[in-house]
Design a protein around this ligand. Structure first.
Ligand code: NAI
Length: 502
């Protein structure tokens, strides 16, 4: 709010519009003058110099809005009487209903595009103006355009009959879209298991882009054994500092509650906040299920699932206070699709999917986005699993771009799972089939009814993705209200006949 004294109060409001996929489309800034609201003792608005070139315009585009133009708006849902009701218009001090300012603006915008970027409307970068006079429908208008520099023009729209300026101080900028620059200046990231493999790459890339990074690594062996070492985390901290970045080391294991707390505390002590957490630490203890010892189960669940809880909870509490957070869980195709000899690992990784599904809802109102990535990369973990000739093409660098994106302000989607590796990325979704109603209030279904309808129950065509349990339960409840399809339910008589057949 700016105080313009006797002229009133200037109210400036800004909003961002995003595509449903989260991509920002445009920012809209609207300025309103509250004529009676000035003199409240606030700051005056900064003055903005604006001078049209002292020469003939480069383009002049004429248009004639039709006399019934505002009625089209009326029929499209606009109910403001000022544009349709003569009596109301007179009450507001006008001779008759006036044009919608945004309609005149639409004419001006089309004139600008036609003159400067014909047939490529996506090149519009910015359009700004000030509405200065009302216009009556049916009056001819002219948009005057001055090219002032490459990619920028100044413009105004006048009433072509009276010469009165209807829209003033117009700015129009155009050109190729600016590539998004993903930066993390001012942000603090924790990467667990960042002493090698994928975690190291994430830490380096975040630091290159301005984040201050807490590099955590316990420094044990691939199966989690060994007493730990400081060397791995220290080396990566050294690499970040050598390229001019900021990093601190943490050597705690994620697998204890205390370790998790220490990791978050170390980030706060070093940098004062936590904006990003990548749960990446991991071990493997592969065995076929029959041979699996409880220690193999417990150890793997301990690092991946308990580890994620231990670090995420204290980090989440900090993020909630900040009203900002990006949390990533590292999962695996082994859990998503199944892999021989990895019952423990698969269970732990899918536990993280459940954790993400619930946490995304709790983080929503604090702008905390929670996502999961299933990477595929040649690292210490996969050195004897992946074919040697593939290893060069499977560098962690091919996974980190999506991880970096999901940790950034650009990421506006929460609760998604991505596969990532070799520069290939896709989304994995949990889909729910349309199913079949084979029981209801009147008839309790039997196992035989299920058997008869198993193809329908298994059918996944026209499947749906639910974003939370409530949405799914709503569909379930409405299915219960539906009458079952008669042929899907066997009557006692039908059942007897069916038994006879089988
Ligand atoms: P990696 O073995 O190179 O890195 C894992 C890091 O975690 C190691 O530096 C290790 O010292 C550290 N770590 C292990 N236990 C820890 C603990 N308790 N506390 C702190 N740090 C600990 O392996 P990679 O491949 O980089 O794995 C990273 C993540 O990606 C893991 O969660 C893994 O399960 C997952 N993943 C990797 C795949 C791949 O193709 N490389 C495939 C699917 C998932």
């Amino acid at each position: 709010y700016y105080d313009k004294g006797s002229k009133g109060a200037l109210i400036v409001a800004k909003s961002d519009t995003r595509h449903s996929n989260g991509k920002k489309l445009f920012t809209s800034i609207i300025t309103i003058l509250g004529r009676l609201d000035g003199g409240f003792g606030g700051e005056d608005a900064p003055s903005q110099a604006f001078v049209f070139p002292d020469r003939k315009p480069d383009f002049e585009v004429d248009a004639l809005p039709s006399p019934d133009q505002p009625l089209i708006y009326r029929l499209s849902g606009d109910i403001f009487q000022l544009h349709v009701d003569p009596q109301f218009a007179r009450m507001a001090g006008f001779e008759k209903p006036i044009m919608h300012g945004l309609c005149t603006y639409g004419f001006a915008c089309r004139a600008l595009m036609k003159s400067l970027i014909p047939n490529v409307p996506e090149k519009v970068r910015r359009i700004a103006c000030r509405f200065s006079q009302a216009l009556y429908p049916g009056e001819p208008i002219r948009t005057l355009i001055w090219k002032t520099q490459e990619g920028k023009s100044l413009w105004k729209t006048i009433n072509a009959k009276s010469g009165e300026v209807v829209i003033d101080r117009g700015i129009f900028e155009y050109g190729d879209p600016h590539p998004v620059d993903i930066r993390f200046d001012g942000r603090v990231a924790i990467v667990t298991g960042a002493g090698g493999g994928l975690g190291r790459e994430y830490a380096l890339e975040l630091a290159r882009r301005g984040a201050r990074v807490l590099v955590n690594d316990y420094g044990g062996f691939r199966d989690g054994s060994g007493g730990g070492s400081r060397e791995m985390a220290d080396r990566v901290v050294g690499e970040i500092r050598a390229m001019g970045g900021e990093a601190a080391a943490s050597y705690d294991s994620v697998s204890t509650l205390e370790g998790g707390r220490n990791i978050v505390k170390a980030a706060i002590d070093a940098f004062g906040r936590v904006d990003i957490l990548i749960n990446n630490a991991g071990i493997l203890r592969d065995r076929s299920f029959g041979k699996m010892e409880f220690e193999d189960w417990e150890g793997v669940i301990g690092v991946h699932l308990h580890g994620a809880f231990n670090v995420t909870q204290p980090a989440f509490r900090v993020m909630r206070e900040l009203g900002y957070g990006r949390i990533l869980f590292t999962i695996s195709a082994a859990g998503l699709y199944g892999n021989f000899g990895q019952v423990n690992y698969s269970a732990a990784k899918m536990g993280l999917v459940g954790m993400m599904n619930a946490l995304k809802l709790e983080g929503e109102k604090y702008n905390i986005m929670v996502n999961a990535v299933a990477p595929i990369a040649a690292t210490r973990l996969t050195s004897d699993i992946l074919p040697p000739d593939m290893q060069d093409k499977m560098k962690p660098e091919y996974v980190s771009p999506i991880v970096v994106f999901l940790c950034s302000d650009e990421c506006r989607n929460s609760g998604n799972i991505y596969n990532a590796g070799m520069g290939f990325y896709n989304r994995v979704a949990l889909m729910t089939g349309p199913g079949a109603v084979i029981g209801g209030k009147e008839n309790t279904p039997s196992a035989e009814n299920v058997s008869m309808n198993i193809d329908k129950i298994l059918n996944i065509a026209d499947a749906k993705e639910y974003k939370n349990l409530t949405d799914m339960a709503t569909d379930f409840m409405s299915a219960y209200q539906q009458k079952p399809d008669r042929k899907d339910v066997l009557t006692d008589k039908g059942l007897k006949n069916a038994r006879a057949v089988f």
